[in-house]
Design a protein around this ligand. Structure first.
Ligand code: G16
Length: 543
């Protein structure tokens, strides 16, 4: 088979963000755009000659076409084998698991996660390394550098492969192995959790609704929750992946998964409910009449993980991204284990997990996971919650209240201002950055700033340092606000304002969340001159 070397001109802006390259689908569909990025990835990892890769995606629009391109390029670049999920589908945690199980050299995951899909929506591609986790900054920096000077890429001229039939086929000298996307992942879940206890709980009548949001988790949730654990048919909602996610945002939060939230808040709602996102790594946890914030979920899971067989020996430590609430820190302290604060982005957990310093990790952005893979894992979080419910025989609401009565409550909310004019958003951040030193001691709407700084992370494992990871403002009385610009958006800038306030176990634990945080939100609005700078008086999304 003839290998073609095609000349190309570098594209501007192929800089991986918080989680790979995310752009409008039409940008990815431009001639050579995907090819240039893929070749840059290959070059940045010193080629793929003789290597084994895992490739799969969340099934969004352009997933199928992009995978064919990647396969041709992998073959032309000398890869020995590519393992692909049937139909081109692999959830992000399942891809991470396959990379690890099959000792692959790395993988390419096609997803824009929770962003909508379609020709006028979003697409994405990221590279994961041999540990199954997202490439660390040193590699994403190299990828970006390659994109700026690339002059050619290698490919083949071949018809599309049939990716729907399981088995191994040849593409040039490369083997393409098409695997069932669910089997290995389901086996991993079975090794971690007490499936018998969960099955018995369903048999006793516990009701669950899992909203797969028309995204990749549908087949996984149906196989595990309904087929293996015996939850009744209909437990999984929106379980068939579609290229445009049923024209929705596959983002498991109270705004985009509102029908599910309304269901659990109703009189005859299910006992437990959950949702996951486009590529299956995020989760939202709900119980009858209650929404569990991702930060609280991480803390509850850390406190109770030992109840599941896979974690019966206890946890080594816990890590959270800096904007995530400090709820898990209190659990770690009580347990006498280490707790780490990392920048936003799952890639920063990889070293801690590999070094055995932490067992659980989580982020306010609806991500929780453990050392079983190197990605966050939506269905894993649901199964761990189910295992805990089966052992403790309490409702989600009671478990949460018990947790707050033990550790206190970190009231927490994130306010997102989406598609803000990019210059205005960067101007706002630059202005607050310039005033950081002068803020302590000043009061805004009755809240006195006690410290104001820019977060830098010193990785305790490899010594690398990451600067400019968000602005952190602390207030007298223990309140905190964090300001960041999102690294996953594709339109203008998304300003994220993270708000937090602690209430001790004997304090008022049942204040409405936004009311509990109103003063801090007001202080942030004044400090940043938010309305004047962004033209917004209210956030687009509050989680
Ligand atoms: C990605 C990253 C997460 C991060 C989230 C939000 O998640 O993997 O680590 O917390 O984006 O990032 P940002 O605040 O920069 O938009 P996902 O689920 O989109 O891959």
């Amino acid at each position: 088979m003839t290998i073609l070397t095609k000349t190309c001109t570098p594209f501007e802006g192929q800089k991986p963000g918080t989680s790979g390259l995310r752009k409008k689908t039409r940008a990815f569909m431009q001639p050579d755009y995907l090819e240039c990025f893929v070749q840059s990835v290959f070059n940045a990892i010193e080629g793929v000659s003789g290597k084994t890769l895992v490739v799969g995606g969340d099934g969004r629009f352009f997933n199928a076409e992009a995978i064919q391109t990647i396969l041709r390029m992998a073959s032309a670049n000398g890869a020995a084998r590519v393992i692909v999920g049937q139909g081109g589908l692999l959830s992000t945690p399942a891809a991470s698991n396959l990379i690890r199980q099959r000792k692959a050299d790395g993988g390419l995951i096609l997803s824009a996660s929770h962003n909508p899909g379609g020709i006028d929506a979003d697409f994405g591609l990221k590279y994961n390394i041999a540990n199954g986790g997202p490439a660390p900054e040193a590699i994403t920096d190299r990828i970006f550098a390659e994109t700026t000077s690339l002059s050619s890429y290698a490919t083949l001229e071949t018809p599309d492969l049939d990716l729907d039939t399981l088995g191994t086929v040849a593409l040039g000298d490369m083997a393409v192995e098409i695997v069932d996307p669910v089997t290995d992942y389901a086996a991993l879940m079975q090794s971690l959790f007490d499936f018998d206890a969960i099955r018995a709980m369903f048999a006793d009548g516990l009701t669950l609704r899992f909203d797969a949001m028309h995204a990749v988790t549908g087949p996984y949730a149906t196989a595990i929750l309904e087929d293996q654990l015996g939850a009744p048919k209909g437990t999984v909602l929106n379980g068939v992946p579609s290229v445009d996610f049923g024209k929705g945002h596959p983002d498991p939060n109270p705004i985009w998964a509102k029908p599910l939230v309304d269901m659990v808040m109703s009189e005859d709602g299910p006992d437990f409910a959950a949702a996951s996102d486009g590529d299956g790594d995020r989760n939202m946890i709900l119980g009858k009449g209650v929404y569990v914030t991702p930060s609280d979920s991480l803390a509850v899971l850390a406190a109770n993980a030992h109840l599941a067989p896979g974690y019966a020996r206890g946890i080594a430590g816990v890590a959270r991204s800096m904007p995530t609430s400090g709820a898990c820190d209190r659990v770690a302290k009580a347990m006498g284990v280490e707790c780490f604060e990392t920048p936003t982005g799952w890639k920063f957990f990889g070293n801690l997990l590999d070094a055995g310093r932490v067992t659980l990790c989580g982020e306010e952005s609806a991500g929780t996971g453990s050392d079983h893979v190197r990605e966050k894992d939506g269905l894993w979080a649901v199964l761990l919650w189910l295992n805990i419910l089966a052992v403790r025989k309490m409702s989600v609401r009671d478990i949460l209240m018990d947790h707050w009565q033990t550790y206190g409550r970190n009231y927490y909310s994130r306010h997102d201002y989406e598609a803000v004019d990019s210059d205005a958003a960067h101007g706002l951040m630059a202005d607050v950055t310039a005033r950081l030193e002068s803020l302590p001691g000043q009061s805004f709407r009755g809240c006195e700033v006690t410290s104001a700084d820019q977060f830098s992370y010193h990785d305790p494992v490899d010594g690398s340092v990451s600067h400019n990871q968000g602005l952190c403002l602390s207030f007298k009385g223990g309140g905190r606000a964090v300001l960041r610009l999102s690294g996953t958006g594709t339109e203008g800038a998304t300003l994220r304002v993270y708000l937090e306030r602690y209430e001790a176990p004997d304090g008022d634990l049942t204040i409405e969340t936004q009311a509990a945080l109103a003063e801090i939100a007001g202080a942030v609005a004044q400090i940043t001159d938010l309305a004047a700078r962004t033209g917004r008086t209210a956030p687009d999304v509050m989680t």
